[in-house]
Design a protein around this ligand. Structure first.
Ligand SMILES: [Zn+2]
Length: 417
């Protein structure tokens, strides 16, 4: 069967996608292009990794896309831009949530669990850094630049940044939702808004804990997450924290636990029942020292270099009953080999280059992009097991989609199913 048709049959059957796309609306008045045609075009553009609206416009002039959309007119890049500006973001989020809920019901996240816990990683990503303000929601910062004459001057740079909630597994990753960081706002504030919405949209028990980087340890963030009902594992860095110094002083009281992980030997200590003023209840600190050897070619000759990494995490009391190794695994999840969603999205889905710079359009496109990414990842890694068998690379699978599109006679309209 045609690869694109296969993909669409699978997402139609499992996620009821055509019916959901037919039900989408947006805020345009009397739209010339019906919302299902517009949003299916955009979703298809995301799955096929089309990098710009101009490129997508060109695609819509071709018979193959016209057949898939059952729409025989071109969608101009202006129409795509205006359509995304007028998006109903709640509806697009609803679509993403329903797909992720189905994935969970179908046990797609089982392999991602750590000791039975599903853990969400929060991470931020940046777009459109420029020297001109482009929209009302652009963030700004001062940066130093060196001019042609060698003089250093300070200029204002404008950019956009969003916090993403990701579920990582050994086989595949999905984005649960994302939230823009507003001008002048701290990343943790946007993260809390995101977590509050995740709780409303997915419920408090969809996942058990979150893992974040060190700067989230500041201020009321940890306590706020605990109040939402989740445990937190965070990198502990600031030596000004008493809890850091206390854990350092106490960890020598017991011998470390030792184990091997891939090519690393790990020694880890835990210090329990520490008081931390910014959490509810006592915290635990886990310290890990990891050693491994790396072979590098120096002057054409392989040379073995000894490598060492040290980690320190803080875990809140919701995770008190779990062994030390569980905290270590959760802490590592954000940086480990399993963290591929961002890499994939950045490298192959043009995450950092939104096609239209306008606050609503940016979010609409990102929601469609992570939806398309999640569906394709699920299809090739879980449903078709194409990638897991190691037979083909993801890039070849994406090319297979393009080739399938060439044989458009084999395809049926996408949202008629
Ligand atoms: Zn902007």
């Amino acid at each position: 069967m045609n690869f694109l048709a296969q993909f669409w049959h699978a997402v139609a059957k499992v996620f009821n996608l055509p019916r959901r796309l037919r039900g989408l609306t947006d805020h345009r008045q009397d739209p010339r292009i019906p919302p299902p045609v517009l949003w299916t075009t955009l979703l298809l553009g995301a799955v096929l990794r089309v990098p710009s609206f101009l490129q997508l416009q060109k695609e819509t002039t071709r018979r193959r896309l016209q057949r898939l959309l059952a729409w025989s007119r071109r969608l101009s890049d202006d129409a795509l831009a205006y359509g995304t500006e007028q998006a109903d973001l709640a509806e697009l989020r609803g679509l993403l949530v329903s797909v992720n809920r189905t994935l969970k019901q179908n046990k797609a996240f089982e392999a991602a669990k750590i000791n039975g816990l599903l853990v969400v990683a929060l991470d931020a990503n940046e777009q459109f850094s420029s020297r001109a303000r482009c929209c009302a929601e652009c963030c700004q910062r001062q940066v130093k630049v060196t001019s042609a004459s060698g003089a250093v001057e300070e200029i204002t740079e404008y950019y956009h940044r969003q916090v993403y909630a990701q579920l990582h597994g050994p086989h595949f990753s999905v984005i649960l939702d994302l939230e823009p960081i507003r001008p002048g706002e701290e990343e943790a504030q946007a993260a809390l808004r995101l977590l509050g919405r995740l709780r409303r949209l997915y419920g408090p028990r969809f996942f058990a804990a979150i893992t974040v980087d060190a700067w989230y340890t500041k201020g009321p963030f940890l306590l706020a997450v605990q109040k939402l009902g989740w445990g937190v594992v965070t990198v502990l860095k600031q030596e000004r924290f008493e809890v850091y110094q206390e854990s350092e002083a106490l960890r020598g009281e017991h011998p470390p636990q030792r184990w091997s992980w891939e090519d690393r030997s790990v020694a880890a200590w835990e210090v329990n029942d520490l008081t931390f003023t910014e959490t509810r209840g006592p915290v635990r600190v886990v310290v890990a020292e990891e050693d491994w050897a790396e072979v590098k070619r120096v002057g054409g000759r392989p040379q073995v270099q000894a490598k060492h990494a040290a980690w320190r995490w803080l875990a809140t009391e919701e995770l008190a009953g779990y062994p030390l190794q569980t905290i270590w695994r959760i802490g590592h999840q954000r940086w480990g080999v399993e963290n591929h969603a961002f890499n994939e999205l950045t490298q192959y889905y043009h995450l950092e280059h939104c096609p239209h710079h306008e606050p609503v359009a940016i979010l609409a496109w990102l929601l469609i992009l992570v939806l398309g990414f999640g569906l394709f990842e699920w299809f090739v890694r879980i449903h078709g097991k194409l990638w897991r068998q190691g037979e083909v690379t993801l890039q070849e699978l994406a090319k297979r989609l393009d080739r399938a599109l060439e044989r458009w006679e084999e395809l049926e309209p996408l949202w008629s199913g």
